[in-house]
Design a protein around this ligand. Sequence first.
Ligand code: CA
Ligand code: CA
Ligand code: CA
Ligand code: CA
Length: 405
Amino acid sequence: MRNSMLRRLATVATTLGLTSLGLLGAGAVPAQAAIRDCPSGYFCAWKSDNGTGTMYKTNVNRATLGTWDNTFKSVVNHTNKYACLYDAPNYDVDGGTSIWGPDPAGTEWGYSWSSVSSVKFVPTERECVLPPYPAWAAYTAPETAGFGDMNADRKSDVIVRDEAGRLWFLPGDNTGRLVGTGGWNAMSTLTRHGDFSGDGREDVIAREASTGRLWLYPGTGTGALGSRKLIGSGGWNAMNHVTAFGNLAGDGRSDLLAVEKSTGKLWLYPGTATGLGARKLIGSGGWNTMNALAGPGDMNGDNRPDLIAREAATGKLWFYPGTATGGVGARVLIGSGGWNAMASFLPLGDLDADGRNDLATLSNSSYVGEGCRGVGCLVLYSGKGTGGLYPGAPEDENWMDLNAF
Ligand SMILES: [Ca+2]
Ligand SMILES: [Ca+2]
Ligand SMILES: [Ca+2]
Ligand SMILES: [Ca+2]
Protein backbone atom coordinates (compact mmCIF):
# COMPACT_ATOMS: atom_id res chain seq x y z
CA MET A 1 0.00 0.00 0.00
CA ARG A 2 2.79 2.42 0.78
CA ASN A 3 4.51 1.87 -2.51
CA SER A 4 1.88 2.71 -5.03
CA MET A 5 -1.13 4.72 -4.05
CA LEU A 6 -2.17 5.43 -7.59
CA ARG A 7 -2.03 3.32 -10.66
CA ARG A 8 1.25 3.90 -12.38
CA LEU A 9 0.51 5.53 -15.67
CA ALA A 10 2.02 4.98 -19.03
CA THR A 11 4.72 7.50 -19.68
CA VAL A 12 5.11 9.23 -22.94
CA ALA A 13 7.23 12.32 -23.09
CA THR A 14 10.58 10.89 -22.17
CA THR A 15 10.40 8.20 -24.81
CA LEU A 16 9.70 10.53 -27.68
CA GLY A 17 13.08 11.93 -28.33
CA LEU A 18 11.46 15.27 -27.73
CA THR A 19 13.70 17.99 -29.07
CA SER A 20 13.64 21.61 -29.92
CA LEU A 21 14.03 23.17 -33.25
CA GLY A 22 16.91 25.35 -34.21
CA LEU A 23 19.62 23.14 -32.80
CA LEU A 24 20.90 21.55 -35.93
CA GLY A 25 23.93 23.65 -36.30
CA ALA A 26 25.14 26.36 -38.51
CA GLY A 27 23.54 27.07 -41.79
CA ALA A 28 23.30 30.39 -43.46
CA VAL A 29 21.14 32.86 -41.56
CA PRO A 30 17.91 33.33 -43.49
CA ALA A 31 17.50 36.73 -44.98
CA GLN A 32 15.30 38.97 -42.85
CA ALA A 33 13.21 39.50 -45.93
CA ALA A 34 12.34 35.80 -45.86
CA ILE A 35 11.11 36.01 -42.27
CA ARG A 36 9.04 39.04 -43.09
CA ASP A 37 7.49 37.17 -45.99
CA CYS A 38 5.77 34.87 -43.49
CA PRO A 39 2.40 36.49 -42.79
CA SER A 40 1.22 37.11 -39.25
CA GLY A 41 -0.73 34.12 -37.96
CA TYR A 42 1.10 31.60 -40.16
CA PHE A 43 3.77 28.96 -39.81
CA CYS A 44 6.16 29.07 -42.77
CA ALA A 45 8.88 26.83 -44.11
CA TRP A 46 11.41 26.75 -46.89
CA LYS A 47 13.29 23.95 -48.58
CA SER A 48 16.49 25.92 -48.30
CA ASP A 49 18.33 26.52 -45.07
CA ASN A 50 18.52 30.26 -45.69
CA GLY A 51 14.86 31.01 -46.29
CA THR A 52 15.17 31.49 -50.03
CA GLY A 53 13.03 29.93 -52.71
CA THR A 54 9.38 28.93 -52.53
CA MET A 55 7.71 29.41 -49.14
CA TYR A 56 5.26 26.95 -47.56
CA LYS A 57 2.70 28.45 -45.20
CA THR A 58 -0.19 27.15 -43.12
CA ASN A 59 -2.37 28.43 -40.27
CA VAL A 60 -4.27 25.16 -39.77
CA ASN A 61 -3.21 21.66 -38.78
CA ARG A 62 -1.81 19.57 -41.63
CA ALA A 63 -1.91 15.77 -41.19
CA THR A 64 0.16 15.34 -44.36
CA LEU A 65 2.32 17.74 -46.31
CA GLY A 66 2.02 16.52 -49.92
CA THR A 67 4.93 17.69 -52.02
CA TRP A 68 6.40 19.41 -48.96
CA ASP A 69 6.74 16.10 -47.10
CA ASN A 70 10.25 15.78 -45.60
CA THR A 71 11.43 19.05 -47.09
CA PHE A 72 11.33 21.72 -44.35
CA LYS A 73 14.77 23.15 -43.75
CA SER A 74 14.20 26.64 -42.36
CA VAL A 75 11.03 27.63 -40.53
CA VAL A 76 9.30 30.60 -38.90
CA ASN A 77 6.36 30.25 -36.51
CA HIS A 78 4.65 33.63 -36.85
CA THR A 79 1.72 32.53 -34.64
CA ASN A 80 0.73 32.74 -30.98
CA LYS A 81 0.61 28.96 -30.63
CA TYR A 82 3.13 26.18 -30.38
CA ALA A 83 3.88 24.57 -33.73
CA CYS A 84 4.39 20.82 -33.28
CA LEU A 85 6.38 19.26 -36.11
CA TYR A 86 6.03 15.50 -36.36
CA ASP A 87 8.38 13.27 -38.29
CA ALA A 88 5.43 10.98 -39.07
CA PRO A 89 2.13 11.89 -40.75
CA ASN A 90 -1.10 12.29 -38.74
CA TYR A 91 0.61 13.87 -35.72
CA ASP A 92 2.00 10.49 -34.69
CA VAL A 93 4.40 11.20 -31.84
CA ASP A 94 6.21 7.88 -32.14
CA GLY A 95 8.34 9.04 -35.04
CA GLY A 96 9.73 12.01 -33.11
CA THR A 97 8.48 15.49 -32.46
CA SER A 98 10.03 18.90 -32.51
CA ILE A 99 8.40 21.98 -31.06
CA TRP A 100 8.68 25.59 -32.11
CA GLY A 101 7.33 28.09 -29.61
CA PRO A 102 4.90 30.94 -30.26
CA ASP A 103 6.49 33.89 -32.02
CA PRO A 104 3.68 36.36 -32.63
CA ALA A 105 6.18 39.04 -33.65
CA GLY A 106 7.65 36.76 -36.29
CA THR A 107 11.27 37.50 -35.48
CA GLU A 108 12.74 34.05 -34.92
CA TRP A 109 13.83 31.50 -37.46
CA GLY A 110 14.96 27.95 -37.01
CA TYR A 111 16.44 25.00 -38.81
CA SER A 112 14.48 21.85 -39.27
CA TRP A 113 15.93 18.52 -40.36
CA SER A 114 13.99 17.80 -43.49
CA SER A 115 11.92 15.01 -41.94
CA VAL A 116 8.70 16.80 -41.01
CA SER A 117 5.54 15.08 -42.23
CA SER A 118 2.73 16.71 -40.23
CA VAL A 119 2.15 20.02 -38.42
CA LYS A 120 -0.20 20.84 -35.56
CA PHE A 121 -0.86 24.04 -33.59
CA VAL A 122 -1.60 23.88 -29.87
CA PRO A 123 -1.89 26.45 -27.05
CA THR A 124 0.51 24.71 -24.63
CA GLU A 125 3.81 22.98 -25.22
CA ARG A 126 2.81 19.73 -23.55
CA GLU A 127 -0.08 19.31 -25.98
CA CYS A 128 2.35 18.55 -28.79
CA VAL A 129 2.85 15.14 -27.21
CA LEU A 130 0.42 14.81 -24.29
CA PRO A 131 -3.13 15.71 -23.29
CA PRO A 132 -3.50 19.24 -21.87
CA TYR A 133 -3.85 17.81 -18.37
CA PRO A 134 -2.29 14.77 -16.70
CA ALA A 135 -4.11 11.58 -15.81
CA TRP A 136 -5.16 11.63 -12.16
CA ALA A 137 -6.57 8.55 -10.45
CA ALA A 138 -7.50 8.48 -6.76
CA TYR A 139 -8.87 5.72 -4.61
CA THR A 140 -12.38 6.00 -3.22
CA ALA A 141 -12.09 7.38 0.29
CA PRO A 142 -14.39 6.56 3.21
CA GLU A 143 -15.74 10.07 3.56
CA THR A 144 -18.12 11.77 1.14
CA ALA A 145 -17.22 15.32 0.14
CA GLY A 146 -14.24 15.14 2.46
CA PHE A 147 -11.12 17.24 2.27
CA GLY A 148 -10.05 17.56 -1.35
CA ASP A 149 -13.27 16.24 -2.88
CA MET A 150 -15.12 18.98 -4.74
CA ASN A 151 -17.71 16.84 -6.51
CA ALA A 152 -18.62 14.48 -3.65
CA ASP A 153 -17.66 11.23 -5.37
CA ARG A 154 -15.27 10.33 -2.53
CA LYS A 155 -12.22 10.72 -4.76
CA SER A 156 -9.71 13.49 -4.19
CA ASP A 157 -9.67 16.05 -6.96
CA VAL A 158 -6.99 18.19 -8.52
CA ILE A 159 -7.32 21.46 -10.37
CA VAL A 160 -4.51 22.29 -12.77
CA ARG A 161 -3.77 25.60 -14.44
CA ASP A 162 -2.02 25.16 -17.75
CA GLU A 163 0.46 27.34 -19.56
CA ALA A 164 -2.36 29.02 -21.50
CA GLY A 165 -4.15 30.11 -18.31
CA ARG A 166 -6.94 27.55 -18.47
CA LEU A 167 -8.20 25.53 -15.50
CA TRP A 168 -8.88 21.80 -15.70
CA PHE A 169 -10.78 19.82 -13.08
CA LEU A 170 -9.49 16.29 -12.56
CA PRO A 171 -12.10 14.32 -10.59
CA GLY A 172 -9.87 11.35 -9.83
CA ASP A 173 -10.88 8.89 -12.55
CA ASN A 174 -8.14 9.71 -15.10
CA THR A 175 -10.40 12.18 -16.90
CA GLY A 176 -10.38 15.96 -16.91
CA ARG A 177 -12.68 18.75 -17.90
CA LEU A 178 -12.30 22.42 -18.61
CA VAL A 179 -13.62 24.60 -15.78
CA GLY A 180 -11.79 27.81 -16.64
CA THR A 181 -11.52 28.85 -20.27
CA GLY A 182 -8.70 31.34 -19.81
CA GLY A 183 -7.32 34.33 -17.97
CA TRP A 184 -6.18 32.44 -14.88
CA ASN A 185 -2.55 33.40 -15.40
CA ALA A 186 -3.59 36.78 -14.01
CA MET A 187 -3.66 35.09 -10.61
CA SER A 188 -0.48 34.88 -8.57
CA THR A 189 -1.95 32.53 -5.98
CA LEU A 190 -4.48 29.74 -6.27
CA THR A 191 -5.52 27.85 -3.17
CA ARG A 192 -8.41 25.72 -2.14
CA HIS A 193 -9.72 23.39 0.56
CA GLY A 194 -12.52 23.98 2.86
CA ASP A 195 -15.81 25.76 2.51
CA PHE A 196 -15.71 29.53 2.66
CA SER A 197 -19.15 30.21 1.20
CA GLY A 198 -21.06 28.12 3.75
CA ASP A 199 -22.75 25.61 1.43
CA GLY A 200 -20.61 22.63 2.40
CA ARG A 201 -18.74 22.58 -0.87
CA GLU A 202 -15.05 23.23 -1.38
CA ASP A 203 -14.15 26.63 -2.81
CA VAL A 204 -11.16 28.21 -4.56
CA ILE A 205 -9.43 31.43 -3.54
CA ALA A 206 -7.27 33.38 -5.96
CA ARG A 207 -5.05 36.44 -5.67
CA GLU A 208 -5.00 38.80 -8.63
CA ALA A 209 -1.39 39.74 -9.31
CA SER A 210 -1.96 43.18 -10.76
CA THR A 211 -4.26 44.47 -8.01
CA GLY A 212 -3.46 42.43 -4.91
CA ARG A 213 -7.16 41.62 -4.60
CA LEU A 214 -8.45 38.33 -3.28
CA TRP A 215 -11.34 36.53 -4.98
CA LEU A 216 -13.53 33.66 -3.80
CA TYR A 217 -14.70 31.24 -6.48
CA PRO A 218 -17.39 29.07 -4.93
CA GLY A 219 -17.36 25.40 -5.81
CA THR A 220 -20.66 24.32 -7.35
CA GLY A 221 -20.40 20.68 -6.33
CA THR A 222 -19.44 19.41 -9.79
CA GLY A 223 -15.89 20.68 -9.95
CA ALA A 224 -17.00 23.82 -11.74
CA LEU A 225 -16.66 27.24 -10.12
CA GLY A 226 -19.44 29.78 -9.65
CA SER A 227 -19.42 33.55 -9.94
CA ARG A 228 -16.56 35.07 -8.06
CA LYS A 229 -16.89 37.33 -5.07
CA LEU A 230 -14.37 39.88 -3.84
CA ILE A 231 -13.19 38.95 -0.36
CA GLY A 232 -10.04 41.07 -0.20
CA SER A 233 -10.09 44.54 -1.71
CA GLY A 234 -6.32 44.93 -1.92
CA GLY A 235 -3.00 44.64 -0.16
CA TRP A 236 -2.62 40.91 -0.55
CA ASN A 237 0.57 41.31 -2.56
CA ALA A 238 2.20 42.20 0.76
CA MET A 239 1.62 38.60 1.79
CA ASN A 240 3.41 35.36 0.94
CA HIS A 241 2.06 31.83 0.91
CA VAL A 242 -1.65 32.61 0.99
CA THR A 243 -2.94 29.19 2.01
CA ALA A 244 -6.39 27.79 2.61
CA PHE A 245 -6.15 26.08 5.94
CA GLY A 246 -9.44 24.39 6.76
CA ASN A 247 -11.75 25.28 9.60
CA LEU A 248 -9.61 26.12 12.61
CA ALA A 249 -11.87 28.69 14.20
CA GLY A 250 -14.48 25.94 14.71
CA ASP A 251 -17.38 27.86 13.23
CA GLY A 252 -17.87 25.65 10.21
CA ARG A 253 -16.20 28.06 7.82
CA SER A 254 -12.69 27.67 6.56
CA ASP A 255 -9.84 29.98 7.33
CA LEU A 256 -6.93 31.40 5.42
CA LEU A 257 -3.28 31.73 6.41
CA ALA A 258 -0.67 34.09 5.04
CA VAL A 259 2.83 35.26 5.91
CA GLU A 260 3.45 39.00 5.97
CA LYS A 261 6.51 39.58 3.78
CA SER A 262 7.82 42.60 5.69
CA THR A 263 7.63 41.07 9.16
CA GLY A 264 7.61 37.29 8.78
CA LYS A 265 4.44 37.16 10.87
CA LEU A 266 1.90 34.40 10.30
CA TRP A 267 -1.71 35.58 10.21
CA LEU A 268 -4.98 33.69 10.33
CA TYR A 269 -7.91 35.20 8.43
CA PRO A 270 -11.15 33.60 9.65
CA GLY A 271 -13.78 32.86 7.05
CA THR A 272 -17.11 34.54 7.81
CA ALA A 273 -20.53 34.66 6.21
CA THR A 274 -19.49 37.75 4.29
CA GLY A 275 -15.86 37.05 3.50
CA LEU A 276 -12.89 37.20 5.83
CA GLY A 277 -12.96 38.49 9.38
CA ALA A 278 -10.38 40.41 11.39
CA ARG A 279 -7.03 38.69 11.19
CA LYS A 280 -5.39 37.08 14.15
CA LEU A 281 -1.67 36.73 14.76
CA ILE A 282 -0.74 33.09 15.16
CA GLY A 283 3.00 33.29 14.46
CA SER A 284 4.92 36.27 15.82
CA GLY A 285 7.82 36.09 13.39
CA GLY A 286 10.35 34.00 11.54
CA TRP A 287 7.97 32.64 8.96
CA ASN A 288 9.96 34.22 6.14
CA THR A 289 12.44 31.42 6.65
CA MET A 290 9.80 29.14 5.17
CA ASN A 291 9.47 28.96 1.38
CA ALA A 292 6.31 26.87 1.23
CA LEU A 293 3.20 26.34 3.33
CA ALA A 294 0.56 23.68 2.82
CA GLY A 295 -2.74 23.17 4.59
CA PRO A 296 -3.23 19.40 4.41
CA GLY A 297 -6.28 19.26 6.69
CA ASP A 298 -6.13 17.17 9.82
CA MET A 299 -3.04 14.99 9.69
CA ASN A 300 -2.90 13.84 13.32
CA GLY A 301 -6.45 12.75 14.02
CA ASP A 302 -7.69 15.46 16.39
CA ASN A 303 -10.14 16.91 13.85
CA ARG A 304 -8.29 20.20 13.71
CA PRO A 305 -6.51 21.27 10.53
CA ASP A 306 -2.74 21.29 10.63
CA LEU A 307 0.01 23.09 8.78
CA ILE A 308 3.09 21.90 6.91
CA ALA A 309 5.96 24.28 6.19
CA ARG A 310 9.24 23.91 4.34
CA GLU A 311 12.36 25.62 5.66
CA ALA A 312 14.16 27.30 2.76
CA ALA A 313 17.71 27.07 4.08
CA THR A 314 17.60 23.40 5.02
CA GLY A 315 14.91 21.81 2.87
CA LYS A 316 13.39 20.41 6.05
CA LEU A 317 9.68 19.80 6.38
CA TRP A 318 7.93 20.80 9.60
CA PHE A 319 4.54 19.85 10.96
CA TYR A 320 2.59 22.44 12.98
CA PRO A 321 -0.49 21.00 14.68
CA GLY A 322 -3.60 23.14 14.79
CA THR A 323 -4.58 23.87 18.39
CA ALA A 324 -7.84 24.21 20.30
CA THR A 325 -7.15 27.88 20.85
CA GLY A 326 -7.10 28.64 17.15
CA GLY A 327 -3.39 28.69 16.45
CA VAL A 328 -0.59 26.29 15.70
CA GLY A 329 1.36 24.40 18.33
CA ALA A 330 4.97 23.33 18.72
CA ARG A 331 6.42 22.07 15.48
CA VAL A 332 7.64 18.57 14.78
CA LEU A 333 10.23 17.65 12.14
CA ILE A 334 8.64 15.31 9.58
CA GLY A 335 11.17 15.59 6.76
CA SER A 336 14.88 15.86 7.50
CA GLY A 337 15.91 17.38 4.18
CA GLY A 338 15.67 17.34 0.40
CA TRP A 339 12.22 18.89 0.21
CA ASN A 340 13.45 21.82 -1.86
CA ALA A 341 13.33 19.41 -4.79
CA MET A 342 9.58 19.94 -4.76
CA ALA A 343 8.08 22.69 -6.89
CA SER A 344 4.76 22.57 -5.09
CA PHE A 345 2.73 20.81 -2.44
CA LEU A 346 -0.72 19.45 -3.15
CA PRO A 347 -2.71 18.74 -0.04
CA LEU A 348 -5.45 16.61 -1.51
CA GLY A 349 -6.89 14.76 1.44
CA ASP A 350 -6.98 11.00 1.77
CA LEU A 351 -5.53 9.70 -1.49
CA ASP A 352 -5.13 6.06 -0.53
CA ALA A 353 -8.44 5.69 1.28
CA ASP A 354 -7.14 4.61 4.66
CA GLY A 355 -8.97 7.42 6.45
CA ARG A 356 -5.85 9.53 6.96
CA ASN A 357 -4.90 12.62 5.03
CA ASP A 358 -1.90 12.40 2.72
CA LEU A 359 0.34 14.76 0.78
CA ALA A 360 1.08 14.98 -2.93
CA THR A 361 3.95 16.98 -4.40
CA LEU A 362 5.23 18.01 -7.81
CA SER A 363 8.95 17.98 -8.43
CA ASN A 364 11.31 20.57 -9.82
CA SER A 365 14.46 20.09 -11.91
CA SER A 366 16.58 18.95 -8.96
CA TYR A 367 14.42 15.95 -8.08
CA VAL A 368 15.79 12.45 -8.57
CA GLY A 369 13.42 9.64 -7.70
CA GLU A 370 12.91 6.04 -8.54
CA GLY A 371 11.66 6.00 -12.13
CA CYS A 372 11.27 9.74 -12.47
CA ARG A 373 13.62 12.68 -12.29
CA GLY A 374 13.46 16.39 -12.94
CA VAL A 375 10.41 18.53 -13.51
CA GLY A 376 6.90 17.11 -13.51
CA CYS A 377 7.09 14.04 -11.28
CA LEU A 378 4.02 13.49 -9.11
CA VAL A 379 5.22 12.15 -5.77
CA LEU A 380 2.77 10.86 -3.18
CA TYR A 381 3.32 10.58 0.58
CA SER A 382 0.89 8.61 2.66
CA GLY A 383 0.03 10.17 6.02
CA LYS A 384 0.76 8.15 9.16
CA GLY A 385 -2.12 9.69 11.09
CA THR A 386 0.33 11.26 13.54
CA GLY A 387 1.33 14.23 11.42
CA GLY A 388 4.22 12.34 9.88
CA LEU A 389 4.55 10.92 6.39
CA TYR A 390 5.65 7.56 5.05
CA PRO A 391 8.40 7.67 2.41
CA GLY A 392 7.10 8.89 -0.92
CA ALA A 393 7.31 7.44 -4.37
CA PRO A 394 6.87 8.98 -7.81
CA GLU A 395 3.62 7.86 -9.39
CA ASP A 396 3.61 9.69 -12.69
CA GLU A 397 5.99 11.84 -14.70
CA ASN A 398 3.70 13.86 -16.92
CA TRP A 399 2.89 16.85 -14.71
CA MET A 400 5.22 19.31 -16.39
CA ASP A 401 4.20 22.87 -17.30
CA LEU A 402 1.28 22.92 -14.89
CA ASN A 403 0.32 24.59 -11.64
CA ALA A 404 -1.72 22.16 -9.61
CA PHE A 405 -3.72 22.85 -6.47
CA1 CA B 1 -13.96 14.00 -6.39
CA1 CA C 1 -18.51 26.55 -0.63
CA1 CA D 1 -4.87 18.13 13.59
CA1 CA E 1 -4.37 8.33 3.54
